[in-house]
Design a protein around this ligand. Sequence first.
Ligand code: DP6
Length: 391
Amino acid sequence: MGDQKIYRASTTAPVNIAVIKYWGKRDPSLNLPTNSSLSVTLSQSDLRTHTTASCSSTFEGPDSLLLNNAPQSLSTPRSLACLKSLRALRSELEDADTSLPKLSTYPLRLASTNNFPTAAGLASSAAGFAALVRAIADLYELQQSPTELSLIARQGSGSACRSLLGGYVAWDHGSREDGLDSRARLVAPKSHWPDMKALILVVSAAKKGVSSTAGMQTTVQTSSLFQTRAKEVVPKRMAEMEKAIKARDFETFAKVTMRESNSFHATCLDTDPPIFYLNDVSRAAIKAVEEMNEKVGRTIAAYTFDAGPNAVIYYQEPDEDAVLKTFLPILRQKEGWGRIETKIDGPGPASSQVVEALEAGVSRVILTSVGEGPISVQEHLIDDKGKPVGT
Ligand code: DP6
């Protein structure tokens, strides 16, 4: 009888939020970006994708994926590209050692769950593709480094390549046509600057906006601001940001982060037709951060926004009280904060107009911090018979 075994490996992978934004592709099929980008990996205690990869000669094809128990397609060009690259690496191992089971030829069954709402616009595709790649790489016992695996995750979703590493991560745009130099690189581990915290204001969007993939293509084709941004603005800011992270210089980190977010959203507005990701609630969050920095007399917090209205506010642990005090009315209303408020020392809540807008438009607040890269776990979402757990 042949190999009847069910092979399994599970991992969790983090979300990352860019402080230098990826926006624009020089090669859409390989997902090669026009400019480099840089992000902070966020803690998996608050935001993570958990994925189990399993394979067996006893499974009937085709490959399948369940996300939060709902079947998802794996036949998109992006998913196919990831699976093909991972199988090619496994098959190299099998060719070199013929005693290895031929996992590369077995159908795959994948199961994933997110510990946050997938539709909230919180970089779920980044965590999702990073977890998929890491879990299959573990299943196949691949020896490639996270940076080498980032080349594969990049083909799933550009920003996913940065979620293969923890801490502070750059994605170098690279110049090769085959994309082999367009990959994630560790700028600094979490331990270098563990004080970095993030407060996320999840803003309820009335309808889903333009997807990043579609939006950035239109920007590349129509925005004149975009050219200067990619050629001049971002390269300068990448250097400034790396230096600020190495020196743990929050003031510079914050200023570059905010200007970067604004520059990215300006190119969105300069796109034809214009793309609006920020709404009145996002603008109230910007105002709250501006007011707080002004009141404290230092830049203690920085806002940034991706392709949606959610605000991510970076700050350092020692300044937590000031930040929490600013957003206290929202924390009380959305997260049920009560008595703890009296113990918080800070500049006082944001102005009433700002608070009103946030109270009306924020659906949830997440308090998190810089975190580690993917983690192997023994909790499997597919049981030893190959069935999804809980079905
Ligand atoms: C605004 O990685 O979602 O979040 O490569 O087409 O999947 P695709 O795009 P995606 O774009 C992310 C854009 C961004 C900025 C960033 O994360 O750097």
